[in-house]
Design a protein. Structure first.
Length: 400
């Protein structure tokens, strides 16, 4: 089943596992590319064993990261398995991999070898630290990248508290999105020149880009910023506030919205407070500002404040848990929770495509593959005879 989308007709071979590489693949697949995920024998992608939870017999984590892809299971250590992969790559537009540096070369599929057979191929490598530099041979994990990038030093409630990572694996996810962006740019370059190339990004760099504001401060001042809870390092008030029954976020950071907020709160005493007259003053006295505003916000419920803030034109929102986010009317209106058909489970819910196209809409169209689900289908498409496929299955070269 081919997905609609702006990348229809693009074939991607995904030699990736767990999260960063599969994030790139799901973005490309949702935009219409035919992403063929190659899983190892035995066992497949390690995400299949990241349980609980499961839906039926399938790991929920695998279902999320691999919907919209076709899946084959292949033993790349065997000569026949390598022969299959070569056949797939001869006509591929893109190959993605997230192994340590040197692994692909050792099994005979490094970039230099592949471009000799397919000069139009875009080779996307996602690693812990990138293909160059003193850490190029190190493995990498989201947690390590968050720690080394400075992210964990700016995340948390405040000074003197233990380091905290961002709750979501932002280095993994952002590395996948950066890889997707790089692939799209490389496709445009190929459109102009006919040439493929290598695209190289890493979890480390993906985490670093989340420090734009804090790096701007450090580069200008020579001082490394620390954690500030939900507050902004450059503007205030811009953070979460406690109400009588929960928490809301309020972005009244520019001077116009600050004045509007004071009118809405009926807090004339804060208007005349010299500490809070302008943004530099509010940032110097951010703790006192938060305390003063929390005292006001605790007087009413979240719903009352959100209605008033919307009427006043001040950006604000509730603090939702993940299930509440799933049920939110805007989430639903933007098709960010959708259903796809899974071969064994029937309809399964997943997250939708976060980019909308007016002329070539994409999005998830199928569920994640059962282990080896599309092996025979893909091999037939690439010219393998049924007898060959049967022989490889009997020899354990493929599953499917």
């Amino acid at each position: 089943m081919a997905a609609a989308g702006p990348l229809a007709g693009i074939k991607v071979i995904e030699l990736c596992h767990v999260m960063a590489g599969p994030t790139c693949g799901l973005m490309l697949a949702d935009m219409g590319a035919d992403v063929i995920k190659v899983e190892k024998i035995p066992g497949g992608d390690d995400t299949r064993r990241m349980v609980p939870p499961t839906i039926g017999d399938e790991a929920a984590a695998f279902l999320m990261m691999n919907r919209n892809k076709r899946g084959i299971a292949l033993d790349l250590k065997s000569p026949d398995g390598k022969r299959v992969l070569w056949r797939l790559l001869e006509t591929a537009d893109v190959v993605t991999e997230n192994y340590r540096r040197g692994f692909m070369e050792r099994i005979g599929f490094g970039y230099d070898a592949l471009r000799q057979h397919n000069s139009r191929l875009i080779y996307c490598a996602i690693s812990g630290f990138g293909r160059t530099g003193p850490y190029a041979d190190r493995g990498g994990y989201d947690l390590v990248a968050q720690g080394m990038s400075g992210l964990m030093s700016i995340t948390g409630e405040g000074p003197g508290r233990p380091p905290v990572k961002v709750g979501a694996p932002v280095a993994d996810i952002t590395a996948g999105i950066l890889a997707c962006t790089g692939v799209l740019a490389a496709l445009q370059h190929r459109h102009r020149t006919g040439e493929g190339q290598m695209v190289d990004t890493s979890l480390f760099e993906a985490a670093i880009v989340h420090t734009y504001w804090q790096s701007a401060i450090a580069l200008a001042s020579g001082i490394a910023p620390g954690p500030m809870g939900s507050a902004h390092p450059l503007n205030g008030p811009y953070q979460a506030f406690e109400t009588s029954d929960g928490w809301i976020t309020v972005g009244a950071a520019n001077q116009t919205n600050w004045q509007r907020l004071l009118d809405l709160l009926g807090a004339a005493h804060l208007r005349d407070d010299a500490r809070f007259v302008d943004n530099p003053g509010r940032m110097r006295h951010l703790d006192e500002l938060a305390a003063a505003l929390n005292a006001e916000f605790r007087k009413k419920s979240s719903a009352e404040w959100l209605a008033a803030l919307e009427r006043g034109g001040i950006p604000a929102g509730p603090v939702l848990d993940v299930l509440q986010m799933h049920a939110n009317e805007q989430t639903r209106a933007r098709d960010m929770i959708v259903e796809v058909e899974h071969a064994a489970l029937g309809k399964v819910k997943t997250i939708g495509l976060p980019v909308k196209f007016s002329a070539s809409p994409g999005g998830p169209k199928r569920g994640a593959p059962v282990y080896g689900e599309h092996t025979r289908e893909v091999l037939r498409e690439h010219g393998f005879a049924e007898a060959e496929i049967d022989a490889m299955a009997k020899a354990g070269v493929i599953v499917g």
